[in-house]
Write a protein that binds this ligand. Structure first.
Ligand code: DAK
Length: 259
């Protein structure tokens, strides 16, 4: 039995982290299953967009598994950190866009997982934080790097150094999540957003994601050169020809071929 399920809804792949006895905390097994589920989404040509959520009504992911981590030595801690970082980088660099539907606690590794997704939506019940310094450790799954890139250095410092938990409306105010919805609407809204992406030309969607993900690490001159390269490659697609011909001929394009 996997701790991560993959369900398909049209062209959307829904990954659910399902370890209810520990509020979906990330132990080695969950990390392994999540990595395998991401590989399955990547390999499935019929899936255009992924959604990651947590099972149950209380928790998205309540962090890395404290019971598993507590007896690590230095080498064990580093190995666990590397394993988690490999999986989160795999999420971040998936060719297909990934939406986090944050249904409850997103603490420590849970918030870090959400931050490795491309877009974050939250339920009104969601709570966010990096409680690590209260446990005698630093954030270890990318939190010190992704949080300042998303909310700015000073806000990331405040959240990480105080270990405080914030509610969904505050997370939206600081830009950690894009929208907050009543709990019962969250998955419908995530699917609506995913389907809006799935309705576009998928080669262009993936080229755009690559541009943003890779360009953010470059200086502006290199980043716009990269953008020009990916832009140029779109002109090898049938979708570009079809969509632009339809526009100039004032015709309605009937869907994309995604090639
Ligand atoms: N790990 C293990 N078990 C957890 C857990 C966690 N993170 N969070 C909750 N659980 C378990 C609880 O132990 C409890 O189990 P039983 O006692 O029933 O067996 C069950 O889930 C239900 O939790 P509670 O009874 O505590 O439920 P409450 O509603 O009262 O409280 C809570 C919910 C989320 C506020 C509370 O459970 C809580 O504070 N959980 C811990 C949250 C937390 O501190 N998370 C951050 C973990 S640290 C690194 C790699 C990674 C990381 C750091 C470094 N390197 C290797 C460098 C990442 C670190 C973290 O994520």
């Amino acid at each position: 039995m996997s701790t991560v399920t993959l369900e398909k809804n049209g062209h959307i792949g829904i990954l659910t982290i399902d370890r209810p006895k520990a509020l979906n905390a990330l132990n080695s097994e969950v990390l392994k299953d999540l990595g395998a589920a991401v590989d399955a989404v990547e390999a499935d040509e019929d899936i255009y967009v992924a959604i990651i959520t947590g099972a149950g009504e209380k928790s998205f992911v309540a962090g890395a598994d404290i019971a598993e981590m507590k007896d690590y030595d230095v080498a064990g801690g580093e190995a666990f950190g590397l394993r988690g970082n490999d999986v989160f980088l795999k999420v971040e660099n998936m060719t297909k866009p990934v939406i986090a539907a944050i249904n409850g606690f997103a603490l420590g590794g849970g918030n870090e997982l959400a931050m490795s997704c491309d877009i974050r939506l939250a339920s009104e019940k969601a709570k966010f934080g990096q409680p690590e310094v209260g446990l005698g450790i630093t954030p270890g799954f990318g939190g010190t790097q992704r949080l300042p890139r998303i909310v700015g250095v000073a806000k990331a410092m405040e959240l990480i150094l105080t270990a405080k938990t914030i509610k969904a409306d505050e997370a939206a105010r600081i830009g950690l999540v894009s929208y907050v919805y009543p709990a019962e609407e969250l998955m419908d809204k995530a699917l609506e957003l995913a389907n809006a992406i799935a309705a576009q030309a998928q080669v262009a969607v993936r080229q755009s994601k690559k541009c943003i993900r890779q360009g953010i690490h470059l200086d502006m001159a290199s980043a716009v050169a990269l953008e020009a390269k990916y832009f140029g490659e779109c002109f090898a697609t049938e979708d570009q020809k079809d969509a632009m011909n339809a526009f100039v001929n004032k015709e309605k394009l009937n869907g994309f071929k995604n090639k």
